[in-house]
Each structure stands twice: as C-alpha cells, then as structure tokens.
Design a protein around this ligand. Structure first.
Ligand code: GLC
Length: 443
C-alpha cells in the first residue's frame, strides 16, 4: 500500500512538472522580451481593499482569520481620497524602474478597474467610486514606463467559481461543468476588457495553481491577449503558457537556467499595506538583492503596498528614492547589461556590457583594500569607480610566463571612493571577455 501511495505521488509530481513546463518556444518571443531583459527593475503594487484593515490580501478570509462578510466590509473604507496617480508615477520613475505591475484583481475578486462584468469593483462598490488603473497607466506611459496588469485567475468571490480547499460549501467543478463554463466566460471577458481598455505591456497572472491549463483554457487566454497586442509579455503563472518565470520572495543561490526570470519581493514582509508590519528592508538590502538578481540574469519586481486613502507610506518612498539615487549613479552597470560571469571568479555580483568588453563588479559590504578577480584571460585596460570616475590601480599576481592560465588580478580600492550603498567598479577589457575555467594545472 505504502509503495502504491509513493508511486501515485511520484506520478502526480511528474504530471505536475510536465504541465508546468513551458509550452512557449523562447526563439519565438526573443524580440518582444528585449525591453524586459534590458529593463531590470519593476515596481509591483498590491492595491486592494485589504489595506483598509491592514490584513493579508485575500488570504485572510481564505485562512479564516476574518469572516468573508467582514473582509468585504473593507469596501466601505476604501476611499482613495488622496490618490494621485501622477505622484505615484513620479515616485516609480524616481526609483529607476522601467515597468510597473499593479493588481487589477486579486484572489478576493474585487476589481480595481471599471468592469462591466460584475458589481464587485471599487468603482461600483466602494466610496472611491473610480477606476484606479487607467489613470495610473496614463501617467506611467507619459514617463515611458511599461505597464503591467496583475490578474488573479482564481476568484474566491464569484458564485460560479468552484470549491477551493478550505470552503466545502462551494460546488465541485466535476459536478457542474456548466457553471464552470459561466465562470470561464466571466474571467475571460474581464481579461478582454483589460486588454482593450488598458492594453497592458505585460500580464502578470496569479493563482493558476487551482486548475489545469485545460481547465483555465490557458492557450485561449494567451491568444486573447496576443490578438489584441502581439507584443504583450505574459508571466509564467498560466500553467505553461507564459513567457518568463517568477520565483517569489526566495532568492536563487545558483544561476537559474531560465531564459528570462523575475524575482518578485515585498519591501517589508507583506504584499499589501499592513499597519503592524514595520520590517522594512533597507535600501542597502534591496540594492544587494537587486545586484544579485541581475548578476544571475533576472529582473527584480519590488512590491509596495499603498494605503486605502491612496497614499504610499513614507518608508516605502524612502527606499524607492534611495534605490533610484543609487541607480542614477550606477545605472550604466545595470540597465541594458547582461548577466555577469559565473560564480568563482569574483566574490560578488557582476554584470557585462552587451558586447562583453566591460565587466562590472559590485562590491557588497563597503569593502576596501585589495580585492581579487581570477580566471580572466583579457588584458584590463582601465578600472574606474562608477559615480565618481576615479581610476584605480591593479596588479597581476601569479602569472607564469610559459603558462596560459591567467594570474589573479588585485584591485586596490581605497576607502574614500566608496558608494553609500554598493560600490561598482568598471573594468574595460581589451576585447570581449574570455574566461579560464580550468583546474590550474600545467596548461
Ligand atoms: C502569491 C499570493 C498572492 C500575491 C502573489 C504575489 O501568489 O497568492 O497573495 O499577490 O503571490 O506574487
């Protein structure tokens, strides 16, 4: 019996992996992915009625921390009375982000845009009485920032959405396909509304785990979007029909093998605004994580949670401003670059210019003194510190004249050239980088 259970679990795992595997050929999307690959930084916004009480977005009623009725009462407190989309767009621009993704509908089913498909929207059922997405997209586009729509496929409010784990009152999909068809028509119509009205540059689906690609009709959903905007980018939470991967909160240690990926991460410990959550990540921590991510070929989607009156908390603005100032000083090493050299050559993150003739080294922890770099076959023509253009000296150690194995480069980094957060060194190479990856024998 135990064996049977094990075999069954293994088969389920294999089926899940096969389902999750991307059905999209990377060669066919390479062109449209370019702005995303170059853009590196996005701001994620979790705006929703959960900010009224300051509780978990949707999950609070799912996990029965609050009743569904009380959760929905938050609609009455969602005023947006100080919402200033042009100020939001300014703050996002200042952070250095090139794209922004906002929740158009979370798992609670409350639409943040003007939907004709239901009354459950902040336009029809909250004192805010307005669509918050359209004006933000308009302001972002004025500032050349790409616009992304987060959309939860699953909808724990819709009466035709079938039972989910903790709610046994709802019907089972297998018992009533007609109702499921009604729900499908509903959510796909909302996707059409968003497509036509807001024309997102990027779609950020979520909640695909409750159903399969066939059940969601993922391929059809993808086609609906691409029919309206063939260049739209779709994240990987569409049961295999997305363009890129989305690890969440957890930072990969080794370089992921994906073509494109994006780490989404909260600025404190929660996606939405919560009064009690004061565990803000510092600008230094965010910058360190950001450099780690881009060094491994990914993007960072940094989440903020605005308040129910439409203001962005000061602590969040502070981090975005500091991150932006650092990006300004060091942007050359970040935007429009490619992933750096593999681990082992330098103890820290790196990036490369697109032609690989410039190597950027990110110095974490305010280090100074002699830092080392090994296994680079190139001649280094010049080393400068970004932001102040100070030139640094370097020395090659352990280069044996008759061996092709490169020596170790020691770079003298004085104390007074340090960036406030993470110092970036620019190494101009004689030609595209060539790496020695051998065992150091008589080569
Ligand atoms: C998870 C959660 C959701 C959150 C999302 C952001 O999937 O369900 O609450 O919005 O992550 O990545």
């Amino acid at each position: 019996m135990k064996n049977k259970i094990l075999i069954f679990s293994f088969l389920m795992f294999v089926i899940h992996q096969l389902n999750a595997q991307s059905k999209i050929d990377p060669a066919t999307i390479k062109n449209k992915m370019q702005w995303f690959a170059d853009g590196k930084l996005g701001i994620f916004i979790h705006a929703g009625i959960y900010s009224v009480n300051g509780i978990d977005e949707s999950w609070s009623f799912y996990n029965k921390k609050i009743s569904y009725a009380d959760y929905m009462k938050q609609l009455n407190g969602f005023t947006l009375k100080n919402y200033d989309p042009s100020l939001w767009a300014d703050i996002i621009k200042q952070s250095g982000a090139n794209y922004c993704v906002i929740t158009t509908k979370h798992h609670d089913g409350v639409a943040m845009f003007d939907t004709k498909m239901s009354d459950l929207s902040i336009v029809k059922s909250s004192p805010a009485k307005k669509d918050m997405i359209q004006p933000l997209f308009d302001e972002l586009r004025k500032r050349d920032i790409k616009c992304g729509a987060y959309f939860s496929l699953l909808d724990w409010s819709h009466h035709d959405y079938p039972g989910f784990l903790k709610d046994s009152n709802k019907y089972k999909l297998a018992d009533d396909y007609e109702r499921w068809n009604k729900f499908r028509l509903f959510f796909q119509s909302q996707i059409k509304e968003i497509s036509v009205k807001l024309n997102p540059d990027l779609w950020w689906f979520d909640g695909d785990w409750e159903h399969s690609a066939e059940q969601w009709e993922s391929e059809k959903v993808r086609n609906i979007i691409l029919a309206n905007n063939p260049k739209a980018i779709i994240n990987g939470r569409l049961q295999g029909y997305g363009d890129y991967e989305t690890p969440e909160q957890n930072i990969p240690v080794s370089r992921p093998k994906y073509n494109w990926w994006e780490l989404c991460m909260t600025i404190n410990d929660n996606w939405g605004f919560q009064f009690a959550d004061k565990n803000w990540k510092t600008p230094y921590e965010i910058i360190t994580i950001f450099t780690d991510v881009i060094s491994n070929g990914g993007n960072l989607l940094l989440d903020i949670g605005p308040k129910a009156d439409g203001t962005i908390p000061d602590e969040q603005i502070h981090v975005l401003k500091e991150l932006g100032a650092w990006n300004k000083r060091n942007g050359e090493a970040i935007f429009n670059t490619i992933a750096g050299i593999p681990q082992g050559h330098f103890y820290g993150p790196t990036t490369l210019s697109k032609d690989s003739t410039i190597l950027y080294l990110f110095l974490q922890g305010n280090i100074s003194g002699d830092i080392s770099l090994k296994g680079v076959n190139n001649k280094i023509e010049e080393i400068t510190v970004l932001g102040n253009e100070i030139k640094l000296n370097h020395k090659i150690v352990g280069k044996i004249s008759w061996s092709s194995v490169p020596g170790i480069v020691f770079i003298d980094v004085p104390q007074n050239v340090q960036d406030e957060y993470v110092t970036v060194l620019k190494l101009k190479l004689d030609k595209p980088i060539s790496l020695y990856r051998g065992k150091g024998g008589f080569e």
